[in-house]
Design a protein around this ligand. Structure first.
Ligand SMILES: [Zn+2]
Length: 265
């Protein structure tokens, strides 16, 4: 599923790639903008998507550069319509390093919010009257402040493998084995993801929205499977490590020269 991607450019050795389905998102944003406000609407929507995904890249670079400090490299950042994914060569085993690496992403969003707020001004009751499509630079800035705030906070929700979930796993790993910590964080994430999917689909009945929230439901389904995949990967590497440790110990024992082999003279 993640194979069909377009290579964009490299940032300090990290390949930035765009998943093919991202083009569908751009096409949808153009169409939605055009049908509401014609040319300016299409332009505003495309500018918003591009600016928003630039912030996602910066968020992922936050993780990547923090990881490099702890000897974990990033080979690729892949942009999907639902967000970004950084591919790491390893996961830091020191809980503090994993916490700092996980927090570096949302920290970038909060820095962007802080920088934008030095120039962007909000009229009173903006949230109630915010237009869906930004038609001015000021409106684009306001949308970006809101989007970065939501992105930073949403990623801190302790649902593994989102950033908050990684912080939770690292905290658990300081008390339990790495595998048990991952299992506990992933299990909690799956329960919360299923609840969130149910709430998103039952949004009209719960009077949260006039229609079912399909996009958040898909996002939580993705988080559910991403958590399960990462847990399986951790389990496989831990089992392999245990197998080799066991094998190596056995070899050491059996390869010892037999003590009583020398005939006493
Ligand atoms: Zn992140």
């Amino acid at each position: 599923m993640l194979g069909w991607s377009i290579k964009l450019f490299r940032i300090r050795g990290i390949q930035l790639s765009l998943h093919g389905s991202f083009l569908l998102l751009l096409a949808y944003a153009t169409w939605a903008g055009w049908s509401e406000e014609r040319g300016p609407g299409a332009l505003g929507n495309v500018a918003l998507v591009l600016a928003f995904f630039t912030c996602i890249v910066l968020h992922e670079l936050g993780h990547a550069f923090a990881g490099r400090r702890f000897g974990v490299d990033v080979t690729r950042i892949l942009l999907l319509p639902i967000g970004g994914m950084a591919e790491f060569t390893a996961i830091p085993r020191r809980p503090l390093h994993e916490v700092l690496m996980a927090l570096a992403g949302p920290a970038v969003n909060f820095v962007i919010v802080g920088l934008l707020l030095t120039v962007v001004r909000f009229p009173p009751h903006w949230i109630d009257n915010a237009p869906a499509i930004p038609l001015t630079v000021g409106e684009l800035g306001r949308h970006l402040v809101a989007a970065n705030l939501v992105m930073g906070l949403f990623n801190l929700v302790p649902v593994f493998p989102m950033d908050g979930g990684r912080v939770l796993r690292a905290l658990l790993a300081s008390r339990f084995s790495y595998l048990r910590a991952t299992f506990a964080a992933a299990t909690l994430a799956k329960v919360l993801a299923v609840l969130a999917i149910a709430v998103a689909l039952a949004a009209p009945q719960l009077q949260l929205a006039p229609e079912p929230l399909y996009l958040p439901a898909v996002l939580f389904a993705f988080i559910f499977f991403a958590g399960e995949m990462e847990y399986r990967m951790v389990r496989r590497t831990e089992l392999e490590a245990a197998h080799w440790r066991h094998w190596w110990n056995r070899q050491e024992i059996t390869s010892l020269p037999p003590v009583s082999a020398e005939p006493p003279c």
